[in-house]
Design a protein around this ligand. Structure first.
Ligand code: AGP
Length: 613
């Protein structure tokens, strides 16, 4: 969940590392640190808080000759697992001789036992972290070959890691390795930049190597040699990053989240482009790589995912069952991985993950492959672990999502899942005419989303009326039930308002006890089947004096008259309604959080990519 960046080359390492950390800050932001290898010594600077604090420290407290002249270094922005976000616990960590520095993303599960062993041999630890133990372990194996020392140490480690290591005695190289935490090597001209994701690399080069689990690499200014922990060389392809640096910048918006909300029409066009056969009413999803026979043999779809991606998966249950007659279950990935899941050859397991790195979703993928299921990935990040390990799947092509609160990934996930359901449906029971109609609806999604986004200012006015509340409920039914869950998640994660999503009828089985005039209910009332019933639930809420904000189809005056405040959304079919409604709820959450002065792109305690259990 942390951000790692490393540099070796001819330019000032410090500038490149700090800029890289700023781009990675969304991965963790409770403390940051940097180690610079200069004039036969390591200069380590760490601060708790954001990267800006580290930047100030480098200006004020560090010899500027080191800052300007270092041509190799490693840096880290942390999401704390072991120990508070203090300076002592911040990375980089040093070995016992202070001649080796390490940054790490992941968890060393057997760190306590290793720590005791190392203490017996004289190690003195200054932090509470598992990472410092790994630094000392590498130091204990070091006798001139850093790659060998790192490999030997990693053989003793249980857990996950993405690491970058430098040593005073080896100023021309850096060793990196991964197991369970991503690491990418950017191949520049006369310089090499490594990072935990490409957003820290893309400003310098588009050419990258994605390390695989078990890989170790010796990095120099001219390239990288990749090998196994047993020092056997392996071949890794060089890939091209598909997007440009502007995609990872705010581009005039106050926050990445707002930019990403506004980007949705374009992101969705990219997700849809080239994937619809409008003549045959069919979806072309080559990456799924399923033969007609395999397609026909699927008896069940099982979605594994977490958070927002799970909500998108919950929407897809209605799509696969409604369009393709395919029974679908949606499993929280952390539950799935430990429940000895009943999946096999007749099941298609679909792992939905924006980052493609979520630890629990990845473990669910591995368990499903082991059990012989067909497994597909639905990822946004190209080259991510889930995309690679599933081997078959569909990329969202939504562009980089930097805001911790997921927005465009959700709408792209639902859109792609709808295309999947169309493809499966046409192979099973949908007529060509029905397929052609669904193609038209899918094509209209970007335009409809654009019409919701245009209402940002109007939604901001409504947000102002609700910004002071401490609790809120979101209700929906049928395909809008997951949309209610997603609306509540968006609000709680960025505004810190306690928000709960419920199936509309479920409210009166307990939660209705909490309703009172200061607790609003946001009701999803699009004009699709189920609206009448939800209106009944709205009446129950209003009878308890809870104010109701309705998301209502344009022109549906009767429904609008049944609630206290209204956000209007375009008329659309039930399959598209969750996308349209969630965009309105994203804007509602955004504006409420902005009014409350919250750190929207980096909410407290969160990180973008959850690579630990
Ligand atoms: C949503 O806003 C969250 N940041 C979070 O729930 C996220 O969707 C979840 O951690 C899953 O991430 P993934 O899609 O990268 O697997």
């Amino acid at each position: 969940m942390c951000g790692i960046v490393g540099y070796i080359g001819k330019r000032s390492a410090c500038d490149i590392l700090i800029n890289g950390l700023k781009r990675l800050e969304y991965r963790g932001y409770d403390s940051a640190g940097i180690a610079l290898n200069c004039n036969a010594s390591l200069t380590v600077t760490k601060r708790s808080g954001k990267v800006a604090m580290l930047e100030t420290a480098l200006l004020q407290d560090v010899d500027q000759q080191v800052v300007e002249n270092s041509v190799a270094g490693i840096a880290h922005t942390r999401w704390a697992t072991h120990g508070l976000p203090t300076v002592e616990n911040a990375h980089p960590h040093l070995d016992n001789s202070s001649r080796i520095a390490l940054v790490h993303n992941g968890i060393i599960e057997n760190y306590a036992a290793l720590r005791t062993q190392l203490q017996k041999k004289g190690s003195v630890f200054v932090s509470e972290t598992d990472t410092e133990v790994l630094a000392h372990l590498i130091g204990s194996f070091y006798s001139g070959d850093l790659a060998v020392a790192v490999s030997e140490a990693l053989k003793m480690v249980e857990g996950t890691y993405g690491v970058a290591v430098i040593a005073v005695d080896a100023p021309d190289e850096m060793i990196v390795a991964r197991r369970g935490s991503p690491l990418v090597i950017g191949m520049g001209s006369g310089e090499t930049i490594i990072a935990s994701d490409v957003s820290a690399i893309v400003a310098h080069t588009q050419q990258v190597i994605y390390l695989q689990d078990g890989d170790v690499a010796r990095i120099t200014a001219t390239g990288a040699d990749v090998f196994t922990l047993d020092q056997c060389l392996v071949d890794r392809d060089i890939s091209e990053i598909e997007w440009e640096i502007d995609a990872a910048e705010k581009g005039g918006f106050d926050h990445f989240m707002l930019k990403e909300i506004f980007e949705q029409p374009e992101a969705l066009r990219n997700s849809i482009r080239g994937r619809l056969d409008k003549d045959q009413g069919f979806a072309i999803l080559a990456g799924l790589d399923l033969t007609p026979r395999e397609l026909a043999s699927i008896k069940r779809v099982v979605i594994v995912a977490c958070g927002t991606s799970m909500h998108a998966g919950m929407v897809s249950k209605y799509l696969f069952e409604g369009l393709a007659d395919l029974p679908t279950s949606v499993e929280q990935a952390a539950e799935f991985r430990y429940c000895n899941p009943l999946v096999g050859a007749d099941d298609l397991v679909v792992a939905v993950s924006q980052s493609g790195e979520t630890a629990d979703t990845l473990a669910a993928v591995r368990e499903s492959i082991l059990k012989g299921a067909l497994v597909a990935g639905l990822c946004n990040v190209v080259g991510s672990t889930i995309a690679r390990e599933t081997g078959r799947g569909i990329y969202l092509h939504a562009g980089p999502e930097i805001g911790v609160a997921s927005t465009k990934a959700f709408t792209a996930q639902v859109t792609v899942l709808l295309m999947m359901a169309l493809k499966f449906g046409r192979r099973r029971r949908l007529s060509r005419e029905a397929g052609v109609q669904i193609c038209r609806e899918i094509e209209s999604i970007p335009e409809m989303v654009a019409r919701v986004v245009e209402q940002s200012d109007a939604i901001a006015d409504i947000a102002a009326e609700f910004a002071d509340v401490e609790h809120a409920f979101f209700i929906g039914r049928g395909i809008l039930y997951p949309a209610a869950l997603e609306g509540a998640l968006k609000l709680k994660e960025i505004s810190y308002i306690h928000a709960e999503g419920y199936q509309a009828a479920e409210l009166k089985h307990g939660p209705i006890a909490l309703l009172e005039p200061a607790t609003p209910v946001v009701a999803l009332l699009n004009d699709i089947p189920g609206r009448e019933k939800t209106l009944g639930n709205v009446a129950e809420c209003r009878a308890r004096k809870a104010p109701v904000l309705g998301v209502v189809t344009e022109g549906d005056f009767e429904t609008a008259a049944s609630v206290d405040r209204v956000i209007s959304v375009p008329r659309c079919s039930a399959y598209i309604a969750p996308i349209i409604s969630v965009v309105a709820l994203q804007l509602l959450a955004y504006h409420i959080a902005r009014i409350r002065g919250c750190e929207i792109d980096q909410p407290r305690n969160l990180a973008k990519s959850v690579t630990v259990e």
